[in-house]
Design a protein around this ligand. Sequence first.
Ligand SMILES: Cc1cc2nc3c(=O)[nH]c(=O)nc-3n(C[C@H](O)[C@H](O)[C@H](O)COP(=O)(O)OP(=O)(O)OC[C@H]3O[C@@H](n4cnc5c(N)ncnc54)[C@H](O)[C@@H]3O)c2cc1C
Length: 219
Amino acid sequence: MATTISSNLTRPEPQALKRAIDALAARFGNRLVTSQAVREQHAHTTTWLPTQPPDAVVMAQETADIQDVVRICAANRVPVIAFGTGTSLEGQVNAPAGGVCIDLRDMNKVLEVHAEDLDCVIQPGVTRKALNEYLRDQGLFFPIDPGADASLGGMTSTRASGTNAVRYGTMRENVLALKVVRGDGEIITTGTRAKKSSAGYDLTHLFIGARVRSASSPS
Ligand SMILES: Cc1cc2nc3c(=O)[nH]c(=O)nc-3n(C[C@H](O)[C@H](O)[C@H](O)COP(=O)(O)OP(=O)(O)OC[C@H]3O[C@@H](n4cnc5c(N)ncnc54)[C@H](O)[C@@H]3O)c2cc1C
């Protein structure tokens, strides 16, 4: 029988959780971690909420890893929580119903810099300080500074701002396009490097700020 955490959050069935963790162990080997210390590290945020660790953590290295975690977890109805650097303030990385945390810190490559167009293509685990270190020699900088050395993926998901926002905007004004792994494991690309786009729904801005507040935060 499933254990109810609150009115709308239900822990996965124990057998389904075991199936998911067994499948993840077979796929990821020692990149799947279930030790209590590591699980607690991935639930810790600077929040008033109690620590709510996931049941397991997967260290992702590429997009296909994320797709496989999402597919395995979706098939077993196990929650998935992305983890950038864990600096969010409202318990966003907590796992109130358990589940599997995807740690993105190893996806930390700057893939392209287009200095003439003032844009770049990055993996989600790149932190804002690392990006600025990378850009410095070219006389460029990334302006969003929320006060923590957060990952660009996490900053996108929380629509981070900070003291430079008055002049340079927030993540909303600075992210041109996203590659998104959907809940069924399929990938969508929400835009291109072109600033002008009049085609279709503005999916980019649907995803920016999607994790501003967790389900367990007070409203
Ligand atoms: C001292 C301090 C001061 C701050 N001041 C400000 C401020 O002035 N203005 C402001 O806007 N914010 C501020 N913040 C909050 C800051 O914006 C967030 O901490 C930061 O954006 C979170 O980034 P992270 O990499 O740590 O994400 P995490 O905390 O790891 O994750 C945050 C959320 O994003 C999700 N997530 C993470 N990575 C991804 C991904 N790749 N894809 C999808 N979802 C993902 C997580 O599941 C979680 O829901 C402050 C934080 C601190 C610690």
